[in-house]
Each structure stands twice: as C-alpha cells, then as structure tokens.
Design a protein around this ligand. Structure first.
Ligand code: DGL
Length: 270
C-alpha cells in the first residue's frame, strides 16, 4: 500500500497546496479533505476550528497517511500545535512556510498579510514573521468576504473584482512590497488581487514553500514515493460534491487529467 500525504482544508482552498504538491512531487498519492459543509472557518472561534480539524484528522488517519498537511491558515493557527502533539507522524501547517517565503521576498521589510478574521486575529503571522526577522514591519488585514466567493466558484465574476477591491482598500496604499495570501483560498483570486495591488507588490502564496517543506521532510525520513505508477488521488468533501468536483477539476486541470481520481462525499455530525 502506498502511504499518502493527507491534506485538509475548510473547503477548496487547500487545493492550491495540493496542486503544488502534485507538481513538485508527482509520485506522491494525495488524500484531500475539504470541509465544504462547514466552510468558512474564518469567522468561527478557535476552539470550534480545533474541534473540526481534529475530526477531519481522525477521519484521515484511517488511511494511514505518512504525513498530515493542514492546508488552511485558520486551522493552522487554531490547531497545528495541538494536532502535532497528538500524532506521531509529521504534521505541518501553512503559516511558517508563508512567512519564510515572505521574508526571503521582501526588500523593504514591510510585509502585508491578508487572511480570515480567525487567522489575522490570532496574530500567528506576525509572530512567525518576527520570529524569523525581528525588525520586519507587518501590516495585516482580514478579508472575510473572499472565501465564500471562492467556494461558489466565482473567481472571475465582475462582483468578485469589486469585492476584492473593497477588501484591499486599507492595505493597497501602504508601504508593503510583498503581500502574503494568508488564506489558501486566495490564490484562486490571484489575478484580481494582483490587479488591485499593482505590480510593485509581490504576492506570496504559501503553496510552493509548503510543498518544498513536505519534500524535505519526506526526503529526510526516506519516505519519498518511489513507484513510477501514477498515484490514485482521493478527494473527499463534506458538502456538495458536484460543486467541489467542478472547482477541483478546473483548478487542478493538467495535474489530474491523466491521473485516476476517486471522489467521495463524507459528512460529520456537529
Ligand atoms: N483556506 C482557509 C484558510 O487558509 C479558509 C478559511 C475559511 O474557511 O474561512 O484560512
């Protein structure tokens, strides 16, 4: 049996990380869980997000993954420490990789972060950035209207552009030279965000750096997949399977076109 990398998110956002993992590590099997029935996590209390994250992790553990990736910033802020202390396999989140990527990209030391109310309120990005570079100046803004747009697949709708513009109103005229997309849903809106911020601001998605971290950990543990056979990825969601599948197919495109994929809906009782 090939042990998979398990990736979870409140919905479709973690697919931005899954796509990068598929690109960098094409031999690896992925088991993905999107909690689309209970998205968004952003406005929920951190206790509730921790409970939901633990439920998903307990579900994923039945597949005996070699690693868990919490591909949701809100869940990383609320539950990464708790979940990693509970398990013996490696558990990683997306906040440290995002912070690392920003520190290597910024020239001025003025770094912007956008995320959910939960992520920004937790201060987890500021802490992670300052741990790496104490003099960095962090400007954060919560953008609660963006996740629901992505979950509905409205990436290119005209109203989306307006909502992105309003959400970025406070951060667009600051001194930042890079902006962390501190929510894994936001890369779906990359084009609109870049347009609003202008091309002097570099957008940072934690997906690349997270995939690199996964690769490093598996390499060091001697656990990188070796088979040349195509892995069979499994995708679970807790809500409407059709919308999820449509968004996943559109986003992952090439990465899953030639790969067998299993889709399943699986709900939790609250
Ligand atoms: N992708 C999650 C994150 O990175 C989305 C949060 C939500 O469900 O509000 O924070």
């Amino acid at each position: 049996m090939q042990h998979a990398i398990a990736i979870l998110d409140s919905g479709v956002g973690g697919l931005t990380v899954a796509k990068e993992v598929m690109r960098q590590l094409p031999r690896e099997k992925i088991i993905y869980f999107g909690d689309t029935a209970r998205t968004p996590y952003g406005p929920r209390s951190s206790d509730q997000v921790r409970v939901f994250t633990e439920q998903i992790v307990d579900y994923l553990i039945q597949f005996e993954p070699k690693m868990i990736v919490i591909a949701c910033n809100t869940a990383t802020a609320a539950a990464l420490t708790y979940i990693s202390e509970k398990l013996t396999i490696p558990v990683i989140g997306v906040i440290h990789p995002g912070a690392r990527a920003a520190i290597s990209a910024t020239k001025t030391g003025d770094v912007g972060v956008i995320g959910t109310v939960g992520t920004i309120g937790s201060g987890a990005y500021t802490a992670a950035l300052k741990e790496l570079s104490p003099y960095v100046n962090v400007i954060s803004e919560a953008c609660p209207l963006l996740v629901p747009l992505v979950e509905q697949g409205l990436f290119r709708a005209a109203e989306t552009r307006n909502i992105v513009e309003r959400s970025l109103e406070n951060i667009r005229d600051t001194s930042i030279d890079c902006l962390i997309l501190g929510c894994t849903h936001y890369p779906f809106l990359m084009d609109s965000i870049q347009e609003v911020m202008g091309d002097k601001v570099k957008l940072i998605s934690s997906a690349d750096e997270t995939a690199r971290e996964i690769s490093t950990i598996l390499y060091e543990k001697g656990q990188l997949a070796k088979s040349d056979e195509s892995p069979v990825h499994q995708f679970f969601c807790s809500g409407d399977g059709e919308i999820f599948k449509k968004i996943a197919n559109e986003w992952l495109g090439e990465q899953i076109r030639r790969t067998p994929v299993v889709w399943q809906v699986s709900t939790f009782e609250e």
